[in-house]
Design a protein around this ligand. Structure first.
Ligand SMILES: Cc1ncc(COP(=O)(O)O)c(C=O)c1O
Length: 441
């Protein structure tokens, strides 16, 4: 697979790329020029398999006609309308449609443009809720080590990525963290590990003992930590978090930006693990990756508490984005939800999961693989570190790309998140490429 070199009339240096080693990229750009189904084509016209559903965004496959047509129709009818003080029909329909797949108590939906914005919104709702109920001292936010909640200030502060602290300093005050949930005993365990780990949830109790429950607004976790390498929660861990939050009036927020929309075989991980949060963020797969969009779902009582203290003509929640509930994004999301329903794609994800996870487990036999994990259609393999941290992971990603497979690495961890429409043969082809690369790395 050729890595197209920039033509002299393409001044690539002007685009400062996100989460990318820009200088290295310019030496050998990995350009994706076209996509359809489970495939990309690079700018040289060569075909690649997509092993990560866009970026967890595109489980129904690239280039879906139904979404394209809905977007085009919406753009002809109404390209934009101000979301403050005015409404568009699609957003009300979409909020209603979402409640059909959300866990029942989550029945009020606020729209945003990205996962990071959804996280900020969720945290602000939590603080606003407590203030509305006369508990304004509840300002503290609890996150978790190895959590990822996007790039905005509150999000990275509650997140548990060391690199954010190295690059941006202290972050938001009043934030504390639980330990992450990956325990050595669960090495090479696929699914929820049988070897304990529920006590890790008691970190929340310890933070309550230290800081006082009446200072804590919310605890935010990804049900399965995605970006730091698919860390599956121990059995009953989320249940324990839920009961501690209930005992002390702390809101539990699930960040389902990766886990949502069928990735676990259920609409949301909340249903997969049988634990319902008070607030849930979602984004990535909401429009099958076609148009940026995100949402926050809350229990009705939370909205009601905020409404109750506002005057009848007052803006109840002083928050919103220019692109909240963008009509074109709403049209894309409605068409996407219809596709998921019509093609029963969440059930298809559940059916695919055992075979996919068996392939992940099989990677454990390779000498360079030191851990394998997975749940639903999320799988990861940790590689023994190479010359420097992340070097081996990066090399694997590049070689896979050269051999026709797009996958994701974080440090020395390889992540797979296939589309729900991937065939068994295509899965085999993806793992054949990865194995070949891992055998020679
Ligand atoms: C769990 C989680 N929350 C938030 C985000 C941020 O989403 P975005 O990149 O759309 O801002 C991500 C992105 O990967 C995520 O995985």
């Amino acid at each position: 697979m050729s890595q197209a070199t920039p033509r002299s009339n393409e001044p690539l240096i002007h685009h400062w790329m996100p989460f990318t080693p820009n200088r290295q990229f310019l030496e050998a750009p990995r350009m994706l020029a076209r996509a359809e189904g489970v495939h990309y084509w690079n700018s040289a016209g060569e075909k690649l398999l997509d092993g990560i559903s866009g970026l967890y965004t595109t489980p129904a496959g690239h280039g879906r006609r139904e979404i394209r047509e809905a977007v085009a129709k919406q753009m002809e009818e109404l390209d934009f309308a101000p979301p403050f003080q005015f409404g568009v029909p699609g957003s009300f329909r979409l909020a209603h449609e979402l409640t059909r797949i959300l866990p029942a108590p989550l029945s009020r939906v606020f729209f945003a443009g990205s996962g990071s914005e959804a996280v900020e919104t969720a945290l602000k709702i939590a603080i606003n809720y407590h203030r509305a109920r006369g508990q304004g001292q509840r300002q503290r936010l609890i996150g978790r080590a190895r959590g990822y909640h996007g790039v905005n200030f509150a999000g990275w502060s509650v997140g548990g990525m060391v690199k954010n602290r190295e690059a941006f300093g202290l972050g938001l005050p009043g934030v504390a963290h639980l330990r992450h949930t990956h325990i050595p005993e669960n090495r090479h365990v696929i699914g929820q590990g049988p070897h304990g780990g529920i006590d890790l949830a008691d970190d929340l109790q310890r933070l309550i003992d230290l800081h006082g429950a009446d200072t804590i607004a919310a605890c935010i976790v990804e049900p399965i930590a995605g970006s730091t390498g698919i860390l599956v929660p121990p059995v009953d861990y989320l249940q324990r978090l839920r009961s501690i939050c209930d005992k002390y009036g702390i809101l539990l927020i699930f960040d389902e930006v990766i886990c949502g929309f069928g990735r676990t075989g259920y609409p949301f991980a909340a249903q997969a693990f049988g634990v319902t949060p008070d607030i849930m963020t979602m984004a990535k797969a909401i429009t099958n990756g076609n148009i940026p969009m995100a949402a926050v779902a809350v229990r009705e009582e939370i909205q009601q508490a905020i409404f109750d203290v506002a005057g009848p003509d007052a803006i109840e929640f002083f928050h919103g984005y220019t692109y909240s509930a963008h009509p074109v994004a709403c049209a894309a999301a409605l068409a996407t939800l219809k596709l998921y329903r019509d093609e029963d794609l969440f059930a298809r994800a559940a059916t695919m999961a055992p075979g996919f996870l068996a392939r992940i487990a099989d990677l454990a036999h390779l000498p360079c693989v030191i851990d394998t994990r997975g749940y639903g259609l999320l799988g990861a393999a940790d590689l023994a570190p190479g010359a420097s941290p992340g070097a081996r992971g990066f090399a694997v990603m590049r070689r896979c790309f050269d051999q026709g497979l797009v996958l994701r690495v974080t440090g020395d961890t390889v992540i797979f998140s296939p589309m729900f429409i991937t065939s068994e043969d295509q899965l085999d082809a993806m793992f054949t490429i990865l194995r070949r690369v891992l055998e020679t790395i």
